[in-house]
Design a protein around this ligand. Structure first.
Ligand code: NAD
Length: 263
């Protein structure tokens, strides 16, 4: 696997934290040059960038693009091509969450979640595909969610957006079939990242239980394995989907959810 990816160039949105950071590390370990992206403290991001370059001996660049803005995504994709050499792998990963019953769901939160979790993937694919088509090779992988396949209460925008990502994945899988380009979605269950820690903190405060109890409760409600998926496991899944062995996997929504959606 390593030899088939060595020297390829990837752009991974939302890779300054959580799953995206794990995926960036895993691709870099395979010899892939990486454009990282996301918000956060400038010094920590630079430490991540420089640390990856040193550890893995690949080029790592950073784009501060707000991926909810099409012009910024276009600029990030162009910068990936000019600074790293090509755009072979696009990982649409950045995402945000907000929970409320649908009739109380704030309009601005709905718009922000749809823009960040769904429209961003469309922008990334639209601007990256011409580079991939020119090379007759490409891998597009979006981090959807178990919530791309099934629903939970209070997550109207998130569930709608993630189902949308799965739909977009199918269309792009069809439009690129046989071209050397594949497009797939990974649907993780619970992963212990800052995005989920916020939900654990809210549950602990609301139900007056400890952080550990809240973690177990959160897992027990949805994830039969009662174990968190890890960013490293998702990184390994991504590497497989980018490999030649996965050339015929396209338009798919692949779960890694400890059994969540088997129920
Ligand atoms: P996280 O909060 O740790 O990381 C999110 C990343 O996205 C950060 O780097 C953040 O800076 C970036 N980001 C947010 N808005 C952005 C914007 N407008 N422009 C650029 N970057 C932006 O979250 P995570 O848990 O690692 O989530 C990553 C993806 O995985 C999301 O799409 C999320 O919906 C999905 N997911 C997470 C879980 C889970 O349990 N953590 C489960 C299923 C799916």
């Amino acid at each position: 696997m390593a030899s088939s990816l060595k020297g390829k160039c990837a752009v991974i949105t939302g890779s300054t934290s959580g799953i995206g950071m794990g995926m960036a590390q895993t691709l870099a370990a395979e010899g892939v040059h990486v454009m990282i992206n996301g918000f956060g403290d400038a010094a920590s991001i630079e430490a991540e960038r420089a640390g990856m370059e040193k550890k893995y001996g690949v080029k790592v660049r950073y784009s501060a693009a707000d991926i909810s803005k099409p012009d910024q995504v276009e600029a990030m994709i162009k910068a990936t091509n000019s600074e790293l050499g090509s755009v072979d792998i696009l990982v649409n990963n950045a995402g945000i969450q907000f929970t409320a019953p649908v009739e109380d769901f704030p309009l601005d939160k709905w718009d922000a979640i749809l823009a960040t979790n769904l429209s961003s993937a469309f922008y990334g694919i639209k601007y990256a595909l011409p580079f991939m088509r020119a090379k007759k090779w490409g891998r597009i992988v979006s981090t959807a969610s178990a919530h791309g396949l099934v629903a939970s209460m209070q997550k109207a925008a998130y569930v709608a957006a993630k189902h949308g990502v799965v739909g977009l994945t199918k269309v792009v899988g069809l439009e690129t079939a046989g071209s050397g380009i594949t497009c797939n979605a990974i649907c993780p269950g619970w992963v212990l990242t800052p995005l989920v820690q916020k939900q654990i903190d809210a549950m602990a405060a609301e139900q007056k239980i400890s952080n550990e109890e809240a973690k177990i409760k959160l897992l027990s409600e949805k994830q039969p394995s009662k174990q968190f998926v890890t960013p490293e496991e998702l990184g390994a899944y991504l590497v497989f989907l980018c490999s030649d062995a996965a050339a015929q996997i396209t338009g798919s929504a692949m779960t890694m959810d400890g059994g969540w959606t088997a129920q």
